[in-house]
Design a protein around this ligand. Sequence first.
Ligand SMILES: [Zn+2]
Length: 402
Amino acid sequence: MSVHINTENDDIAVNNFRTYLQIRTTQPDVDYASCVAFLRLQARQLQLSMQVIDTVPDKPIVLMTWTGLEPDLPAILLNSHMDMTKIIKEWRHDPFSAYLDTNDQKIYARGAQDSKCVGIQYLEAVRRLKISGRLLNRTIYITFMPDAEVGGLEGMYRFVRTEQFGKLNIGYALDAGRPSPNYDIAVFTGEKCFWNLRIRCSGNLGDGSLILANTAGEKMTGVLKKFFTFRTAEMQKLIDNPEWTLADVVTMNLTKIEGGPQRNMLKSEFVLTFDCRIPLGTEDTEEVHETMLQWCRDVADDVSIQYLVREEQIPPTETDDKYWEVLKKEVEDFGLDIHCETFPGRTDSRHLREMGIPVVGFSPIPFTPVHLHENNEHIETLYFLKGIKIYYNILIQMGNLP
Ligand SMILES: [Zn+2]
């Protein structure tokens, strides 16, 4: 391939990336229709067949297919999501402009790292494979999911339970991970277990001028003290062990307090909501539950826990197979390295993993500070383009595995 064609492909890739980033897909008002239209155009150009699957109205799942020469071999799935998290802080540049700084070649936009980058990188790798006349033995599926940033319950969770998904016969899946600040690419093989719980503290109701016993406020104070003492200890573990990450500790965060409507009355009830994430490999998650229950009982007999979400632990994806070997080799060939990590948050990977499909969160974007869900999310075009080349080589190897 001549230098000229390379440059031309790089321009196409950057333009497509910026166009995709300019589509407003922040939760909760996600413009899926424009995404689908954009992706349809891409699929047509790349001569990939594309289906839009609606398991829930207005939550389209985009599935592109590049059928392999030996379609009975297990397929490779390349997954990313269309939706993005809200903008909460001031940005240096409009987060929907996909501003390209001509000095340092950085593209600023919500979704630049999570996960529109890999979505376009997959497509651009396929474009280059097609231009160079490559054919792969295995079928490649490329999916663009809705609702991943809000748990995927109306996206991947439903998709993996469809008859159609079962027929895809997926042998291995790559999902978005996150950029890596240096040469060592983090590959996410598992996720922490997520619990969302409400603790109900009820007590005597009365006028605001009284001093009553057994009030909801006192109980709430007792519960908060227990949770925050534990939280401080977990925080200390991170300080004492600099090599630890969020994946190694239990996080328990107070995310909501609900109480009565009147400001001069004692509330009969306060309800506290906690977001709780338990490290992968915790031997007995029941013990975590028992501990929290005991804290509540220590405060009062009638303080109760109700779970909004109580996920089970999902075993991590193994790294002793031929797929991992390909990943490692192809990344190393670029002078980079890879290592395993547990993802501290939640991604669509867990829905695939739950179905027994090996899946890793992998974004081949080195030397890039992590701005996932943060302001000034950006990516340097150099590393965006390098990632395309890495996927190109990975696809040739993985797509031809016997
Ligand atoms: Zn995200």
